[in-house]
Design a protein around this ligand. Structure first.
Ligand code: SF4
Length: 296
């Protein structure tokens, strides 16, 4: 197979074929268009990239630090043995060799327990997600934007999961810029890889020579997301374009959904920690408060 532009050997095929150089132009161009179209970042922004040491967030860090000047990285160590220590080791080396400042916060130090010690295994991913978002927001004060590595596959999965659970509250918070309410207590979370397929992230990471370890989170296979991911991958294989169409359809109805929902969103301050939330006590304080009798 030959590149549709220059007839050199192609390494990626999607509608047309790309050689390594033309794939990079296609991929970087798509990320830049996404940033511009949804006004995700601007030149004067102080940016922090939420990193895990995995391919998606490292690709986001690589591209954002190429385009913008004031960029740092932040990572959360949830306390998942055999997994997170490997990805964080790789991330530390990447940031060091690219002279990007990196801060790492751990559940153990911030909340007093490791995710591995949570007994209620059915709620592990919920607990992990809530506490991670809490730390990301509270430790990113002073930055204008938090960049995440979410790609089109992640977003298609989240849309499907929230629709199937009738969770409209979570659904309206998706999109290239997460959240409904713009409030100075929330540092906006933005997704420059929003229109990139996961396999495109993999190709870009490969071309850049990222040799990160690829351990799977030991809890991922039992999650609902893993089932949805497998189902969407099957559909995509038999009907290419399914994921992109799902996300594009969602983007068309999102402004109306948000307009309806915005009226009922009120940002309060958590009575325990003072961080923004919609109830009197935020979800993370509830988890930490009840950890002794419910989780651990
Ligand atoms: Fe956390 Fe679940 Fe993701 Fe593992 S799979 S990192 S437990 S959200």
């Amino acid at each position: 197979m030959r590149c549709s532009y220059c007839l050199r050997p192609a390494i990626y095929l999607r509608k047309i074929a790309y050689c390594a150089d033309h794939f990079e132009s296609y991929f970087v161009g798509k990320v830049k268009r996404t940033i511009k179209r949804y006004a995700l970042l601007c030149k004067t922004d102080k940016i922090v990239v939420a990193c895990s040491g995995g391919k998606d967030s490292t690709v986001a860090l690589e591209l954002v630090s190429r385009i913008y000047r004031d960029v740092e990285a932040v990572a959360i160590d949830e306390g998942i043995c055999g997994y997170r220590e490997h990805t964080l080791d790789w991330l530390k080396k990447y940031c060091y060799s690219n002279q990007i400042p990196l801060r790492v916060y751990s559940f153990e130090k911030e909340f007093g327990f490791r995710l591995d010690n949570v007994k209620d295994k059915k709620r592990l991913c919920t607990c992990c997600g809530v506490l991670r978002r809490y730390l990301l927001n509270s430790k990113s004060k002073g930055f204008d934007k938090v960049v995440t590595g979410h790609n089109l596959d992640d977003e298609a999965q989240s849309i499907f999961m929230n629709l199937s659970k009738a969770n409209v509250e979570a659904l309206v918070r998706l999109g290239p810029m997460a959240g409904v309410v713009r409030d100075n207590k929330f540092v906006p979370r933005v997704k420059p890889l929003y229109m990139c397929l996961e396999k495109e992230d993999v190709v870009f990471a490969y071309l850049k020579g990222f040799e990160m370890p690829r351990p799977e989170c030991p809890y991922a296979s039992s999650s609902y997301r893993a089932d949805v991911k497998a189902g969407l991958n099957e559909l995509e294989a038999s009907r290419p374009g399914t994921k992109e169409n799902l996300v594009k359809s969602f983007l068309r109805v999102l402004p109306r959904l948000r307009a309806d929902y915005r009226c009922s969103e009120e940002v309060k301050s958590c009575a325990v920690c003072g961080e923004p939330c919609r109830a009197d006590v935020c979800a993370s304080c509830n988890i930490v408060k009840f950890k002794n009798n419910r989780f651990l």
